[in-house]
Write a protein that binds this ligand. Structure first.
Ligand SMILES: [Fe+2]
Ligand SMILES: [Fe+2]
Length: 190
């Protein structure tokens, strides 16, 4: 008797869509925070979630869309440009005082861009993946995304968008980011 194949119950589209919802909720939570310390905690969770989510998409999801979907290259190039812009904004926001008007303004701008980006992914990439891959492949992709997220950098690195760049730079950036995270707080800027 052959061993049962190990497949995840997760589907990559459900998995990433639920992360999009978490990211949207974290934007609201950060903007609604009543004081700078709570806002900083919430922003740190948002920054980490966004950084690992985008890296996993860049390593696992976009390359698959590029290869498997008709017109995939154009769709993916546009998403990579959006991710680059979002990471640049996120990196700039990190340096702003949490209780400043600049922080709020920049975060609302980023929120807008990230919501549009997520909508583009869901409409143009995720639907195409669902139409192209079978359930087992979608589950395998979910596992690959989860693994990439475990080793992904926790801070934005604009300029590292291609899968090749993420594989080359990602592990080093990730170790440094996680060391900085361990030191804690918003006061650990280089
Ligand atoms: Fe993305
Ligand atoms: Fe996404």
């Amino acid at each position: 008797m052959s061993a049962p194949s190990i497949t995840s119950a997760r589907d990559v589209v459900d998995y990433l869509k639920s992360q999009h919802e978490t990211i949207k909720a974290l934007f609201v939570q950060t903007l609604d925070a009543s004081d700078a310390a709570t806002r900083d905690q919430s922003f740190t969770r948002l920054r980490t979630m966004l950084a690992v989510h985008e890296t996993a998409e860049e390593m696992v999801v976009h390359p698959r869309v590029r290869r498997k979907v008709d017109g995939g290259a154009e769709i993916v190039d546009a998403r990579l440009a959006e991710e680059h812009d979002a990471k640049t904004l996120l990196r700039d926001i990190e340096g702003l005082p949490r209780d400043s008007a600049e922080f709020t303004k920049a975060l609302i701008h980023l929120q807008d861009a990230v919501i549009k980006h997520a909508q583009n992914e869901e409409e143009l990439e995720f639907t195409a993946l669902e139409a192209t891959l079978d359930q087992a492949e979608l589950a395998k992709l979910a596992d690959a995304v989860a693994i990439a997220e475990r080793i992904a950098p926790t801070r934005p690195h604009p300029g590292v968008e291609s899968a090749a760049a993420n594989f080359a730079v990602g592990p080093f950036a990730s170790v440094l980011d996680r060391a900085r995270d361990a030191l804690g707080g918003a006061s650990d800027k280089a």
